[in-house]
Write a protein that binds this ligand. Structure first.
Ligand SMILES: Cc1cc2nc3c(=O)[nH]c(=O)nc-3n(C[C@H](O)[C@H](O)[C@H](O)COP(=O)(O)OP(=O)(O)OC[C@H]3O[C@@H](n4cnc5c(N)ncnc54)[C@H](O)[C@@H]3O)c2cc1C
Length: 281
């Protein structure tokens, strides 16, 4: 029988949540620590699994990731109507089903030898020990020294109290698509793929959120006066288009990257983590 581990996951975005859920499903004890950053990428994600965003992964990797997602969650089919002639097929999972709550809310740091120190607002920080997975999104370099350069790619999505007849994609510029679909019977998710580096986002955030909102109204006729905006930073590791998963210390691994294809990559790296622990073949 495979050995059961005590695992500490830092971060409860898509990468941390999927890894935590998969490890728990395989019988490991998992503690999720998060400081609940307001601009975490995952809070803005629609968790759409679009084939065109997965070009950096090979067929087997996509198949492995999809097996993990199907094992853990409901995977919905989406058939988008587009403003071009053809329809566009994709899938999605529900962010609300995927994202887990932190077991400990607080800021974690690594102290070596698999020790995680968590500042949780109490007088004394908490010390946790085990196999550590750092899934801290764009904040990963704060925890792990010597990471390759990372970029934060900023954007916003909308959740609108409305219903659509069918999922829709509108190509509004070369390689630029706005996407809208029903999250459930009351809410529509809408995103336009805006991905700006921090320096541009800092200058243009307000204007860009307004632009995304205007697109929701103009392209899809959504009642944006009832919209909630979610701003998020996507982690992208320079030179690692297909994501970054690596062991960085005797008991510490890092799982991040991928920019737009976060959901599939998170599932793939969750499986890679189980494999390095010797928990699955
Ligand atoms: C507008 C938008 C739409 C998107 N749509 C899609 C989509 O449809 N499909 C898709 O696949 N991807 C999508 N993405 C991309 C996807 O959201 C990202 O790839 C993904 O969110 C990255 O997840 P993560 O877990 O690495 O990071 P994050 O979600 O940023 O999570 C990092 C977590 O680490 C925690 N943390 C950081 N430092 C510490 C610390 N020291 N101690 C404790 N906790 C810490 C943070 O609080 C946070 O919870 C979208 C992104 C954006 C912005």
């Amino acid at each position: 029988m495979a050995r059961k581990h005590n695992i500490i996951v830092i971060g409860n975005g898509l990468f941390g949540s999927i890894a935590a859920t998969l490890c728990r499903a395989h019988g490991h004890t998992v503690t999720v620590v998060s400081d609940d950053q307001p601009y975490a990428g995952s809070g803005a994600s629609g968790c759409v699994l679009a084939p065109s965003w997965l070009a950096s992964l090979d067929k087997d990797q996509i198949a492995d990731a999809m097996t993990v997602l199907r094992e853990l969650y409901t995977v919905y089919d989406l058939e988008f109507k587009t403003n071009l002639l053809k329809t566009f097929k994709a899938q999605r999972v529900s962010p609300e089903e995927v994202l887990v709550k932190a077991d400990i809310v607080g800021r974690a740091e690594l102290s070596g030898k698999g020790q995680v120190i968590v500042q949780n607002g109490m007088d004394k920080p908490e010390t946790l020990r085990g196999k550590v997975l750092v899934a801290a999104g764009v904040w990963t370099p704060n925890l792990v020294q010597g990471m390759p350069p990372m970029r934060s790619l900023w954007g916003a999505s909308l959740i609108v109290k409305a219903q659509m007849e069918a999922p829709r994609i509108h190509v509004y510029a070369p390689y630029r698509q706005a996407v809208a679909f029903n999250l459930d019977k009351r809410r529509v998710w809408m995103g336009d793929g805006t991905a700006l580096v921090s320096s541009t986002w800092d200058k243009e955030a307000r204007e860009r959120v307004q632009k995304t909102t205007a697109r929701a109204s103009e392209l899809f006729g959504l009642p944006v006066n009832k919209a909630t905006h979610n701003i998020g930073a996507r982690p992208y590791v320079e030179g690692h288009k297909a994501g970054f998963f690596a062991q960085v210390d005797s008991n510490v691994w890092v799982s991040t990257g991928g920019a737009k294809n976060g959901t599939v990559l998170a599932a793939l790296q969750a499986l890679q983590f189980l494999r390095v622990l010797g928990a699955v073949s």
